[in-house]
Design a protein around this ligand. Structure first.
Ligand code: NAD
Length: 229
């Protein structure tokens, strides 16, 4: 059986946990140049700088806690089981710490590293990555398990199948401008899903979004989850 409900979350769901969003006021990229930390070219040119940027973000994560929106989604998953799938564009671990289990980090995971020789060698990592960090499976070098600009997001086959089969697709706290994630709503709609958006701001008109609920994630997500049947 497919996932009846598919949720896509973005940086907005973690905003009230104190993590900066992508493009909003004081957004992450106002402080760092994308070219220096988030492209394959940057990794080739200056791997230490790239590692240090993600080391900094990883180190800061434990001081941020899951909020009521993360927790409500984990509780909804408890209720729906395999009828539920959570896709996140976020690289933080707040969904997992709230108790979510069926989570796909399509843009990677700050709490993991990846082998530079075999992309299937991915492992949990909560320390400081250096140029000497080795893959525990084969001893090769490592890189952050982050999908850089120009790279292909993860789990796309699984995601496409889930979007095709779901009855409801809900996107939360995402400006919905980064593709392919921005196209998920249109894809799911094409296959018959009801599409709902929960966000602080009204996004640009989207003909495929059936319901729009405006507000802060910690207020609107728990309420929506409670009412979902
Ligand atoms: P975005 O910054 O482009 O958009 C965030 C959206 O959340 C905006 O539409 C904003 O109106 C909304 N928002 C802000 N505060 C909110 C709140 N309290 N409640 C509800 N909505 C709120 O984020 P995006 O669409 O996820 O951008 C994509 C990229 O940003 C992703 O690739 C992601 O990997 C990266 N990113 C991740 C994190 C993280 O892991 N926490 C943080 C920053 C950026």
């Amino acid at each position: 059986m497919g996932n009846r409900l598919v949720i896509l979350t973005g940086a907005g769901i973690s905003a009230e946990s104190g993590l900066r969003t992508f493009r909003g006021n004081d957004g992450m990229w106002e402080h760092e140049n994308i070219e220096d930390v988030c492209t394959p070219r940057a990794l080739r040119r200056d791997p230490k700088r790239v590692m240090d940027f993600y080391n900094f973000l990883r180190k800061g994560l434990p001081s941020h806690q899951p909020n009521a929106a993360h927790i409500a989604l984990a509780e909804l998953e408890d209720r729906l089981g395999d009828d539920f799938l959570l896709i996140t564009q976020n690289v933080d671990d707040l969904h997992e710490r709230a108790g979510s289990k069926r989570v796909l980090h399509m843009h990677g995971d700050l709490m993991k590293l990846r082998c530079t020789h075999n992309e299937n060698h991915v492992f949990l990592f909560d320390k400081e990555e250096t140029l000497d960090t080795k893959c525990p499976f084969c001893g090769a070098g490592t890189r952050p398990d982050i999908v850089f600009f120009e790279e292909i997001p993860l789990y796309m086959d699984q995601i496409q199948e889930a979007l095709r089969e779901c009855d409801d697709f809900v996107y939360i706290g995402t400006s919905s401008v980064v593709y392919p994630a921005a196209g998920f709503k249109n894809f799911a709609k094409q296959f018959g899903a009801k599409v709902t958006c929960l966000n602080l701001e009204i996004p640009a008109h989207d003909r495929d979004t059936d319901v729009f609920i405006q507000g802060k994630a910690t207020e609107i997500v728990p309420k929506w989850c409670k009412e979902f049947k």
